[in-house]
Design a protein around this ligand. Structure first.
Ligand code: MG
Ligand code: MG
Length: 267
């Protein structure tokens, strides 16, 4: 069942989204070679708790940390660890969620350790184009459009670059629960699927692989990796559909919160 949100509820979701955005900004500023993924987790938890919010993921189905941190061939749901030391040129996908007044925000980035110039061309293209795909999907998150319009816009970017589109994990509704209906796939056909309407709040979250779309879960029962060992990237925003277009609730300070007015960014 899709739960539409009132203006008051969307305002709370926006506050949760802001906390998540501030955590990502802190992580982006702090990331450097030699840090562990546990260091990242501590930074995010600090930002979230100082804001009076609660981490969404910690304790979710027993997940042990504030962030999911997924380097290189890890796609999603990696567990932060003191044993995972990030090196220059690594890709690290960082997924963060926070709860404010009972409502969640959910957003993910993939960063290059040591800065964008520290990775090879293929890795840089993967990160950049996964982010572009996210914004192409967001631009379709409009009252009256279909879910397939979002999926097709995201998938078309992957097709253009020959990336594998992860199919087992998809976007979702966001509200009082971290994962609500509907599912928001990163593939689809324009003009098909459920008709979207103002009041929906959805997380759009493309996961693209340099190789095939096949995945595998490690023995920790959480960490999802590419079956072929190729690198993966993941970008995600929580988006409220309004009659005036998509409102990106988790937009960071360098991103537009109303991309149809401010311009859909390209990276
Ligand atoms: Mg997420
Ligand atoms: Mg999500």
């Amino acid at each position: 069942m899709i739960i539409k949100k009132s203006r008051d509820e969307i305002a709370k979701l926006a506050r949760a989204g802001e906390v998540v955005a501030r955590a990502h900004e802190a992580l982006t500023a702090a990331l450097e070679p030699g840090m562990t993924t546990a260091d990242l987790d501590r930074i995010a938890e600090d930002v979230i708790t100082r804001a009076g919010a609660v981490p969404s993921f910690k304790g979710y189905r027993g997940f042990p940390a504030t962030l999911c941190t997924s380097p290189n061939d890890q796609i999603v749901h990696g567990i932060p660890s003191r044993d995972v030391v990030l090196a220059e040129g690594d890709l690290v996908s960082i997924d963060c969620g926070a709860i404010v007044e009972g409502f969640h925000g959910d957003s993910a980035t993939t960063l290059v350790v040591g800065g964008d110039d520290a990775v090879d061309e293929r890795g840089a293209t993967l990160v950049r184009e996964t982010r572009n795909a996210l914004w192409q999907g967001i631009a379709q998150a409009c009252d009256g459009n279909r879910l397939g319009d979002v999926g097709a816009a995201v998938e078309s970017v992957a097709i253009r670059h020959g990336f594998g589109v992860v199919r087992e994990y998809v976007g979702h509704g966001v509200g009082r629960a971290l994962h609500e209906d509907p599912s928001v796939p990163n593939y689809g056909r324009a003009g098909r699927g459920l008709r979207m309407s103002a009041g929906w709040v959805i997380a759009i979250e493309p996961m693209f692989n340099l190789g095939s779309d096949h995945t595998r879960t490690l023995d920790d029962a959480w960490t999802v990796v590419t079956a072929d060992g190729e690198r993966s990237a993941h970008w995600e925003h929580t988006v409220a559909l309004t009659i005036d277009g998509p409102w990106v609730l988790t937009a960071r300070c360098d991103e537009p919160s109303h991309p149809l007015d401010e311009g859909v960014p390209t990276y």
